[in-house]
Write a protein that binds this ligand. Structure first.
Ligand SMILES: NC(=O)C1=CN([C@@H]2O[C@H](COP(=O)(O)OP(=O)(O)OC[C@H]3O[C@@H](n4cnc5c(N)ncnc54)[C@H](OP(=O)(O)O)[C@@H]3O)[C@@H](O)[C@H]2O)C=CC1
Ligand SMILES: CC(=O)N[C@@H](CCC(=O)OP(=O)(O)O)C(=O)O
Length: 352
């Protein structure tokens, strides 16, 4: 089978190098170019010795990198980069997969409010598909531009999808007069590979804190997607926290049920909804997920609890650098290129 020619813009950051780690093990991917402006000219394996013997590439400058020779270009860059290059790439038939937020929010005014920049290609945004393969599989298959869901949103959207779809289908399941509460915690790699005092070991280790309490940029994409699942606006209170870990996200989601929703067997609902999904594991009743159950793997693991008759608690874990970003993006590449969705993504989580 012909290999998919891949380019990675922003390859010297955490999600970029994670893309490279996964794609280097992918049987049908050929990495044409990887960019890093500050590190242009440096051998990738010199900077990341874990790739020695597996990757023979040098970081290139995106301005001169042969992106036009690719079938797919991933953007593992800050917000605002993919939208400035998407038009040129898609006009040449190249698929764009953005790990940042340029193609997540359908309303460009909402994008401007949260990201403090105007949208550069609203026509492409209108056609781009946002989400995860599990939530938008059919739409993604034929898309030219994919806006991958954020790391926190993937846990919360997959954690709530079966419930909210049932709510839309039969009505009166979830009490949406009160907010759904998502209490989330992330490891430090979620903040990227950059020099910043708050990311120093002495600052983040042996510590635990909330941040973005007044408002976090992931809220609007979650409300957009959850409302699509539910068929009505979903009120959400999302509070992110910083764990003194490197990888991993743990989201605990609290949902108040309506009387009709109290009689449902949610364990059975979720097991059925995700039975065919290779990367979503509904744990047996009574399980307590841990971040190390997913570290280094493309899995999301979910557990469900009924704490009170009208309170459903959903616990979700993922590795932010795999299912929360690079792994999910490779899964989406497999989908758009007609490859088996699991190719290159069958790594088992690291223990311990
Ligand atoms: N870390 C995570 O867990 C997750 C991250 N994301 C998103 O993915 C994107 C990448 O994140 P992450 O890997 O953590 O970020 P990093 O800060 O670790 O890396 C950013 C990369 O982008 C490059 N870059 C920066 N500015 C530009 C530019 N203007 N043009 C081209 N390249 C540029 C950087 O190298 P150089 O400047 O030298 O070119 C570097 O390679 C971000 O949008 C982030 O929000 C999404 C989900 C999870
Ligand atoms: C721990 C930490 O700082 N996490 C990042 C979120 C991860 C991320 O990169 O966000 P996107 O998915 O929107 O790109 C943050 O809260 O800003």
């Amino acid at each position: 089978m012909k290999k998919v020619k891949v380019g990675i813009v922003g390859g010297s950051g955490y999600t970029g190098i994670e893309l490279l780690r996964l794609l280097a093990q992918h049987p049908h991917a050929e990495i044409v170019t990887i960019t890093g402006r500050k590190d242009a000219g440096t051998h990738v394996a010199k900077m990341f010795p874990s790739l020695r013997g597996r990757v023979d590439l040098v970081f290139e400058d995106p301005a001169s990198a042969p992106l036009d020779q690719c079938d797919v270009v991933f953007f593992a860059t800050p917000h605002g980069v993919a939208m400035s290059m998407a038009e040129e790439l898609t006009s040449k038939g190249i698929k764009v997969i953005d790990l940042a937020a340029d193609f997540r929010l359908k309303d460009k005014e909402v994008f401007k409010k949260w990201y403090k920049m105007g949208h550069k290609c609203p026509e492409i945004l209108a056609k781009a598909v946002y989400g995860q393969p599990e939530s938008m599989r059919d739409e993604m298959k034929n898309a030219d531009v994919l806006g991958m869901a954020g790391c926190y949103p993937t846990t919360i959207e997959l954690g709530l999808m079966p419930l909210l779809k049932l709510h839309k289908e039969v009505g009166d399941i979830v009490n949406l007069d009160v907010s759904i509460i998502a209490d989330s915690k992330s490891g430090i790699s979620g903040a990227g590979r950059k020099a910043d005092i708050s990311l120093n070991c002495a600052e983040f280790s042996d510590n635990f804190k909330a941040y973005g309490v007044a408002g976090h940029r992931h809220e609007p994409e979650m409300v957009q997607q959850l409302s699509l699942f539910a068929g009505e606006t979903v009120p959400l209170t999302f509070i992110p926290h910083l764990l003194p870990n490197i990888r991993g996200i743990f989201s605990t989601i609290y949902v108040r049920l309506k009387e009709r929703g109290m009689g449902i067997d949610y364990q059975a609902l979720y097991e059925k909804a995700y039975a065919e999904e290779p990367f979503v594991d509904v744990l047996p009743e009574g399980s307590q997920p841990e971040t190390r159950m997913v570290r280094g793997s493309n899995m999301v693991r979910i557990a469900l609890y009924r704490k009170e008759p009208d309170l459903l608690v959903i616990l979700v874990v993922e590795d932010n650098l795999v299912k929360g970003s690079a792994g999910q993006a490779v899964q989406a590449m497999n989908l758009v290129m007609g490859l088996p969705e699991t190719e290159g993504l069958e790594q088992i989580a690291l223990v311990p």
